[in-house]
Write a protein that binds this ligand. Structure first.
Ligand code: FES
Length: 99
């Protein structure tokens, strides 16, 4: 269960781009947008991988079966799909794709 003060810090490399507040009904892309950070997206359903970013610190839920936009190698590198994965605690995300 998250609290209202959980934050996501969005980086590109070492540069901090913005900080967003986690809210139940918002995707990571939407949280980023409110923080002024643009994460590209296309399908918004886990298929295309356009929204791939890298989780540097924190915890994200993965579905039992990985969506087409992810594979085991990408997950090992911290890859997450910003359009459809749930983040529930304060986290750091690098918006550059991991691979
Ligand atoms: S926008 Fe296609 S996987 Fe996220």
């Amino acid at each position: 269960m998250q609290n209202n003060f959980s934050k996501i810090q969005f980086f590109r490399g070492k540069k901090l781009l913005g900080v967003g507040t986690i809210e139940d009904e918002l995707s990571i892309i939407e949280i980023a947008k409110i923080a002024g950070v643009e994460i590209p997206s296309n399908c918004t359903s886990g298929t295309c991988g356009t929204c791939l970013v890298r989780l540097v610190q924190g915890k994200v839920e993965y579905p039992e079966e990985l969506p087409p936009g992810l594979d085991e190698d990408i997950v090992e590198e911290g890859g997450i799909l910003a359009c459809c994965q749930i983040i529930s605690e304060s986290s750091i995300i690098d918006i550059s794709p991991p691979i």
